[in-house]
Design a protein around this ligand. Structure first.
Ligand code: SIN
Length: 329
């Protein structure tokens, strides 16, 4: 086996506001995401060669999308490219430029599927490349600092100088530059002048996630039929109608974005229990921005082990894909 020489950093471009442009200089909201190629984007960051500290930079444009349009197909290609580069002993780490809107879902998908020992750092921007003060260049420099840091491991997200774990990262502001938080777990660390100050550890339950064997990853990457999992939310006056329609339509999994500590309107709960009895996988997550559902004896629907509704959906898709993989192996 080739010895690790850590001589390369790979930056994969997928689009987002970080690569966005506007026709009106300084327009921070009326722009088009995913316009500038990753090589051009990086070429404009004068401080990047110094930040790479002698590492060779490899870049790939994996896609060019506004991340609200994230697809399973792109996740498959991204996982495949990450797996390829992670297996290269000369690669120290990977940075992925990504839109902010679904970054947390991609982070959890990649962490769950790849469980990388090396750092895979997602970064982004809240202002397009044509803004008067774009935040993308500094975020990319900070992401490179994390990818080079010996304490970095697994999939993390970096935005506005803050490092978040894949499990806890969550976009919680639609406009501010520091748009992401880690809820009540707190961030993993901070990037200050190209160096990382770690203040927290990656949670043990993330490190003990079951590592997908290589053939399973290959199946995930190739599978043309991903299970259909939808999210239904509890709110005042909720009913079971959507759930009943989804079950009739062949949904395979449902995540309930519950109020408070996993509570559900009685009509919605009844529909979910019917769905579960009919063989649909059902799980409860809280729609609260912080905390988690605390399970109690007698719960009829399981909880998401602290995952937010969107990440619980990713976990359920992967669990169903895993079951499919096992059946077809
Ligand atoms: C996107 O998610 O691709 C657009 C929004 C953003 O990056 O802030």
């Amino acid at each position: 086996m080739a010895l690790a020489d850590n001589s390369k950093i790979v930056i994969l471009g997928t689009g987002g506001t970080v690569a966005g442009t506007s026709t009106k200089v300084g327009d921070n909201i009326g722009y088009s995401a995913a316009q500038v190629g990753v090589a051009q984007l990086l070429g404009a960051i004068e401080a990047l060669p110094a930040a790479l500290r002698g590492r060779e930079l490899l870049t790939e444009q994996v896609d060019q999308v506004d991340s609200k349009d994230m697809s399973f197909g792109l996740w498959q290609r991204l996982a495949a490219r990450c797996a390829h580069w992670l297996a290269d002993a000369s690669v120290q780490g990977i940075v992925i430029t990504h839109g902010t809107d679904t970054l947390e879902e991609t982070a959890w998908f990649l962490q769950s599927v790849l469980q990388p020992g090396k750092p895979v750092v997602l970064t982004c921007a809240m202002r397009p490349a044509t803004a008067l003060a774009p935040d993308g260049p500094q975020n990319i420099l900070d992401a490179v600092a994390v990818a080079l840091d010996p304490g970095a491991q697994g999939v993390v997200a970096v935005c506005a100088g803050v490092v978040h774990s894949a499990r806890d990262v969550r976009k919680d502001h639609p406009y501010r530059l520091d748009a992401f938080g880690s809820g009540d777990s707190g961030p993993l660390g901070f990037v200050e002048e190209n160096s990382v100050r770690w203040v927290n550890h990656v949670r043990k339950d993330d490190l003990s996630l079951e590592k997908w064997p290589q053939p399973a990853i290959e199946n995930i990457v190739k599978s043309g039929s991903w299970p259909r999992v939808e999210i239904v939310m509890n709110y005042a006056g909720a009913s079971g109608t959507t759930v009943d329609l989804l079950v009739r339509d062949g949904v395979q999994g449902l995540v309930a974005a519950c109020t408070g500590n996993g509570s559900l309107h009685q009509d919605l709960e009844a529909a979910l229990i019917r769905a579960q009895a009919a063989g649909v996988k059902v799980v409860r997550a809280t729609r609260c921005a912080q905390g988690r559902v605390l399970p109690k004896p007698g719960d009829l629907i399981g909880d998401s082990n602290g995952l937010s509704p969107v990440k619980a959906r990713v976990a359920m898709i992967l669990a169903l894909l895993g079951a499919q993989t096992a059946r077809t192996a």
